[in-house]
Ligand binder design. Structure first.
Ligand SMILES: [Zn+2]
Length: 248
């Protein structure tokens, strides 16, 4: 068996899978990734006149100039994006009772749309939002129309309403720190579509690698942590998933 076949066997037989996902699992539905060759950071700086590309998700920059973030958000939600084969497969793994936990760095809500519930969105979500001045909570529906125009949503107090996604310079949700302290049991860890560069999130799958739990990394590009994983597959995530789902 080659490495791809061995990885497929492991995934099919896993009973307690830990899944960790990044932007690469959503590129096939038109959501740009961040650090790939055609990724967001390659273009966003120039388009929105940013001092550096990551400023679009930097909390200090947002406090001075929130507009680029909302212009970008409009593009990310411009069309109705749909889950991929991979998203649907991970929802199926949960439905079969074989998912220990899903941790995603993505803010596109595609795992939720696909049907996953045992999920930690470690970089937050657009599904709810908070006023940056008075702290009032909002639902996506309250600000969706304004955001769909690429405009800044304002609270009745005059403050900017910020979706509850985690910016650089902000803490991750408490539930993420809880699983870092006490990682859920696993017989396989699958990291997919992530360059493993954004910390502390990327440290989560590596916890399992260090404990010698069987591990698979699927990502188009090399990462600095390839050697931590038992199997590394540089292939389109959905093409790979089709092989996993194929009846043998
Ligand atoms: Zn307010």
């Amino acid at each position: 068996m080659n490495d791809t076949d061995k990885a497929i066997e492991l995934i099919r037989n896993a009973k307690k899978m830990v899944v960790f996902t990044g932007a690469g699992v959503s590129t096939n539905c038109g959501v740009p990734d961040f650090r790939g060759p055609n990724g967001l950071y390659a273009t966003v700086g120039k388009r929105f006149n940013l001092p550096y590309p990551e400023a679009v998700f930097d909390i200090d920059y947002f406090r001075q100039n929130p507009l680029p973030f909302f212009q970008l958000s409009k593009e990310m939600f411009g069309e109705k994006i749909q889950p991929t084969i991979f998203h649907k497969y991970i929802a199926q793994v949960e439905a079969e009772g074989r998912l220990s936990i899903l941790v995603t760095q993505n803010i596109d809500m595609l795992h939720t749309i696909a049907g996953n519930k045992k999920q930690i969105e470690c970089h937050g979500t657009y599904s709810h939002a908070t006023c940056t001045r008075c702290g009032k909570h909002y639902q996506l529906a309250d600000i969706e129309e304004t955001m769909s125009k690429g405009e800044i949503p304002y609270c009745s107090c005059g403050g900017v309403i910020k979706p509850d996604i985690v910016f650089f310079g902000e803490n991750l949700p408490m539930e993420f720190y809880d699983i870092m302290q006490d990682p859920p049991e696993a017989d396989l860890v699958l990291a997919a579509g992530t360059s493993l560069t954004v910390y502390p999130a990327a440290g989560f799958p590596l916890l399992y690698c260090k404990k010698k739990i069987p591990s698979i990394l699927i990502n188009m590009q090399n990462t600095q942590y390839d050697s931590y994983f038992d199997y590394v597959i540089h292939e389109d995530i959905d093409e790979f998933t089709k092989k996993v789902m194929k009846k043998s």
